[in-house]
Design a protein around this ligand. Structure first.
Ligand code: HEC
Length: 122
């Protein structure tokens, strides 16, 4: 192996930790910063938005006692990771007519971390 090849192999190894996977702990921080003004994570606790307890795998608009918009209620989606990702990057595009007054989380890593955290809420 030439020095050049070794250098390349080393560079490839070193670059792996930089692209870190989903991190629920980091996602919790994101949640506290951007979502917790409107959402609780405990069961049956609705605020401006419905509780996000058990959101992963839940159908849109099904939290009891929460007064959804027609857009959210009629969206007929299941909140899996892919749907959450599409929604959180641009809520109004994914659920037209939603009353969630949030423009979207554009940072891919933060969104991944946040979704990892949301799936722990059960
Ligand atoms: C300014 C307040 C506000 C902020 C900030 C906010 N939301 Fe919401 N959210 C709402 C409201 C209000 C609804 C209900 C939407 C409707 O009925 O149209 C909602 C709905 C949702 C839903 C759909 C729930 C369901 O049962 O169908 C999800 C998922 C959600 N929000 C996640 C988040 C996440 C994650 C964040 C942080 C990135 C966030 N929201 C930030 C107010 C907010």
């Amino acid at each position: 192996m030439s020095r050049f090849t070794i250098g390349l192999a080393l560079a490839a190894c070193l670059s792996i930790p930089a692209a870190h996977a989903q991190d629920a702990e980091a996602g919790k921080t994101v949640f506290k910063q951007v979502c917790s003004i409107c959402h609780e994570v405990a069961p049956n606790k609705n605020r401006i938005g419905p509780t996000l307890f058990g959101v992963a795998g839940r159908k849109t608009g099904t939290v009891e006692g929460y007064n959804y918009s027609d857009g959210n209620k009629g969206a007929n989606l299941t909140w899996d990771a892919a749907t959450l990702d599409r929604y959180l990057v641009n809520p109004r595009a994914a659920v037209p007519g939603t009353k969630m007054a949030y423009g979207g989380l554009k940072d891919d890593q933060k969104r991944k971390d946040l979704i990892a955290y949301l799936t722990t809420l059960k």
